[in-house]
Write a protein that binds this ligand. Sequence first.
Ligand SMILES: Nc1ncnc2c1ncn2[C@@H]1O[C@H](COP(=O)(O)OP(=O)(O)OP(=O)(O)O)[C@@H](O)[C@H]1O
Ligand SMILES: Cc1ncsc1CCO
Length: 264
Amino acid sequence: MALHAVAQKYRQQSPLVFCLTNTVVSNFTANVLLASGASPAMTDLPGEAGPFAQAASAVLVNLGTPSTEQLTAMEEAVQSASAAGTPWVLDPVAVGALPVRTEFARRIVRQRPTLIRGNASEILALAGRQSASRGVDALDEVSAALAAGRELATEHDCVVAISGQADAIIDATRTVLVHTNGIGLTRMTGGGCALGAVCAGMVAVHDDPFEATIAAHGFYGLAAEKALAGSSGPGSFAVAFLDALSAADPGELKTLKYEELNHA
Ligand SMILES: Nc1ncnc2c1ncn2[C@@H]1O[C@H](COP(=O)(O)OP(=O)(O)OP(=O)(O)O)[C@@H](O)[C@H]1O
Ligand SMILES: Cc1ncsc1CCO
């Protein structure tokens, strides 16, 4: 299926994306999902997370600000999503830099995520390699994390997306680089976290998660380019970005620039 058709289906079906995410980006993520055409639900209570993960179209597990209780809910959600066949996305925020979430991520990643989405430092760390990160921002280049991404994709039979100047989308046999200018997204918090939620919605509506993840990155990146052109700083960018997502025509994905790399 063509990328624009995936985005069209996302708009038509308005997938229910169940987000167990961090407190910093929760509101922005919900607004990004709404603006892009999906339906957000942010809740992380043990006892509710399992049943909700069965009912939702997709689940996002983002490790940005975990509490002991939220980790319990995440574990429930992931087990239930795996059992029910609900696609789920892991965003390993600050894995490598902080020990509790690193151990947790290495454990839940064995429950077959549909997609692992993170920056280069997080992907390197999740794969057990050396990374330079000391917090939530990447200090490594996407190119340095491609091999780690391929390793994770093969080991867990999932898609891996690495964000940066160009975004790499990887599965066991394919690697694509998506070229959009998302620099505005790095000047505010939550640009990557909300992208994980849109990816969850796209993988819910299309049976090839690799293509769905490319569509999500393209749709998101093209809106970021428009928002940059129509804003004057991080505050107006955030507002313009929501407006651009809401106004976006899925057909614009026909013009998306991406490059296929040879799998070594
Ligand atoms: N150097 C860059 N130039 C242009 N766009 C970028 C650059 N780095 C990241 N982006 C874009 O910003 C978005 C978020 O990616 P980023 O790597 O900042 O995620 P992240 O570190 O997980 O973010 P956060 O934790 O703040 O939510 C992606 O759409 C990506 O394409
Ligand atoms: C700033 C910050 N701290 C924990 S999560 C988060 C949001 C971006 O990852």
